[in-house]
Unconditional design. Sequence first.
Length: 393
Amino acid sequence: MNFGLILWYAILIIILVLLILYFYIRFKASVIFFVDKDKFFPLPDFIIKLVCAFLFLPFLFFSYKWIFYFGMFVIFQMLFDLVVMTFFANSKKRWFHILYHIFAVPLILTAVFFVLGYVNTQNITRKEYNVPSEKEVLAVSDASSTFTTYEEGSSKLVMLADLHYPKTMNEEKLKEVVDRINEEDADIIVLCGDMTDEDTSKEKMLECIRVLGELDAKLGVFFVWGNHDDNRYNSAPTYEKAEVYEAYKNNGIYVLEDEAVLFGNGILLVGRKDYSDESGRKSMEELLKDASVKTGRSLEELYENVIVVADHEPKEYEQDKAAGCDIVISGHTHDGQIWPLGLFSTLFKMNDLTYGMKQDEGLTQIVTSGLGTWAFPVRTAGRCEYVVINIGE
Ligand SMILES: [Fe+2]
């Protein structure tokens, strides 16, 4: 165990002890308010200590679901106590004391927080960006297995990311989303990682990819890995990365793993391995050189195309700019998902961009908030969305 981890555990334990103490004092005051102190103590005192310890014990084992659900109540409770101490410390009204001692306000705030957060995940929005280009891009007028025709216009690329199936939707709802996206009549569809979650069962993983296999785009549907798709955070995984790969392949979705595809309409799509992939990933320069060899075109010829990079985590914009890429599309950030986490992400520069579209030195950067949510079907920051990008003209 390294020094950093020991320090992290020490800080965590100190915070937990303080929280247990705070809640012990708080619960005890509420019990005394409702029951006769002389008759019931010390047994209830022991029970209160036990309850407080058990409420916070899961925090020590990084049980993130418990941290999230109970943690939100803890935050609301402490904020509420702060407000009471500041503005209502001398209140004599009995109804106010009853509300205070049954934890009504923090409980209601926590419930409202989760209900509104859940409702927000059920409304999938459409986000559209126009990215003009000096390079020639064509619209696909018709595509069949043997013959594709092009015409003047722009090319429509649809990006989905961070579905984390089945956190926010079941098979039926996903089919509805797939039907809605198919109505877009896209030229290219890119699944930009994290389509499943770390605790997704094998059955649900296969179900998700089977339904995504119904997506239809004239030039094809492509997938790039996120940091959750390979099940790496699950201590008892029920499937291997190779099985996910096979499922995409068997459902007609091409997995772009440090690989590029050159389309006849003037777009070169580069799909990168995930930034956190421990096997390492190729640099943008290497990927473009590989694409040059694969397509039999010189680098100069490749640069005549709009180079679109699909990279799950928006973390290497400098490299993309240096390599002369035109557009980079990403997910991963969820636009924070739970307010105010997105603000921390921006403040500490955890990602190059947290949400939206930004133009920087010829590179258009687009980050989606994602189709679903991670870990819990709750979103209090941003919207669940799919993204339509019109490239060219
Ligand atoms: Fe991610």
